[in-house]
Design a protein around this ligand. Structure first.
Ligand SMILES: Nc1ncnc2c1ncn2[C@@H]1O[C@H](COP(=O)(O)OP(=O)(O)OP(=O)(O)O)[C@@H](O)[C@H]1O
Ligand SMILES: [Mg+2]
Length: 284
């Protein structure tokens, strides 16, 4: 099984190499990169391309590792025990009826090989990755309530994404194959845009891309616009039927682009950009 990119997703050579390396090593692929550079989408596309179902686990600050394994639903059990029927009584006696399977359990016991996405692992506290070391390594865990050992039938293909909000522990990193999705260069970006807007007029696209990279390369930006922001902006340009002239200033100077709110997401960046435009206009 080899990943070659897909119809909707442009994968660079080094990204494909990384996916296939993780497949070969049978280790999780840890993907980092700026927000909106296609980390989450990568897992969806690889799973699709390899014909595997994708199980997704979106991590929040409150997520605990145990929730991915299983949870014991004591509340339901208590409630059932207060009902008088014989059916409930039978149910209550067996603790297995109150064990709620988590994503990892589902991935481990699936009959066919699956892909598993652990999205935004850096949102959880520092214990989270450490608590999953054994599960990721040995692909097994123990259910204390029922004294069962759950072992993976097939090793799932694991994707882990991070936005770098927290450092991951070394022991965790050791177990992963790492890939950083670099911000796409102009020609890769062109291919990404083509996938999303196949019919876009060449001139409009060229002007929009020029403006986009100008905005992005402005030194001192707090939040640089990324792929997904460019796509949003292009969508708006098309929807609002913005003429080419609105993107090009005659004297080839930087101008505040129309619908700039799709690209710049805070007032400091907007002010910075307006200042630059102002300075350029008054230099002559
Ligand atoms: N290589 C690519 N090919 C095609 N589309 C892409 C690519 N990279 C990004 N995109 C577009 O950008 C959008 C955002 O991608 P995605 O949600 O995967 O980003 P992310 O890296 O997970 O961001 P975040 O860190 O904010 O979660 C996708 O919906 C897709 O439309
Ligand atoms: Mg994401």
């Amino acid at each position: 099984m080899k990943f070659q990119g897909s119809e909707h997703y442009i994968a660079t050579q080094d990204l494909m190499l990384a996916v296939n390396a993780a497949l070969t090593l049978k280790r999780p692929l840890l993907v980092k990169g700026e927000p909106g550079t296609g980390k989450t989408m990568l897992a969806e596309e690889v799973a699709g391309a390899l014909g595997m179902p994708l199980l997704q686990w979106h991590i929040k600050s409150t997520t605990k590792a145990q929730q991915g394994l299983y949870e014991y639903d004591a509340v339901s059990r208590l409630r059932d025990s207060q009902l008088s029927g014989s059916e409930e009584a039978a149910r209550v006696r067996d603790i297995r009826n109150y064990i709620v399977k988590g994503v990892l359990w589902q991935a481990f016991t699936s009959d066919q090989p699956v892909a598993l996405l652990i999205d935004e692992i850096d949102k959880a506290d520092i214990e989270f990755p450490n608590d999953l070391l054994r599960e990721i390594d040995r692909m097994e865990f123990y259910v204390y309530e029922t004294r069962e050992l759950i072992q993976a039938k097939h090793r799932p293909l694991v994707f882990i994404t991070s936005n770098n909000e927290k450092e991951l522990p070394d022991a965790f990193l050791r177990r992963c194959f790492f890939h950083y999705i670099k911000f796409p260069e102009a020609d890769t970006m062109q291919r990404i845009v083509d996938v999303h807007f196949p019919g876009l007029k060449k001139q409009l696209l060229a002007a929009a891309m020029k403006t986009f990279y100008e905005v992005r390369n402005l030194p001192g930006l707090k939040k640089k616009p990324s792929t997904s922001e460019l796509l949003d902006w292009l969508k708006l340009l098309v929807a609002e039927d913005i003429p080419l002239e609105a993107l090009q200033s005659q004297d080839d100077k930087v101008a505040v682009p129309p619908l700039v709110g799709a690209l710049l997401k805070n007032e400091q960046d907007l002010t910075l950009f307006e200042k630059l435009v102002f300075m350029q206009r008054h230099n002559r």
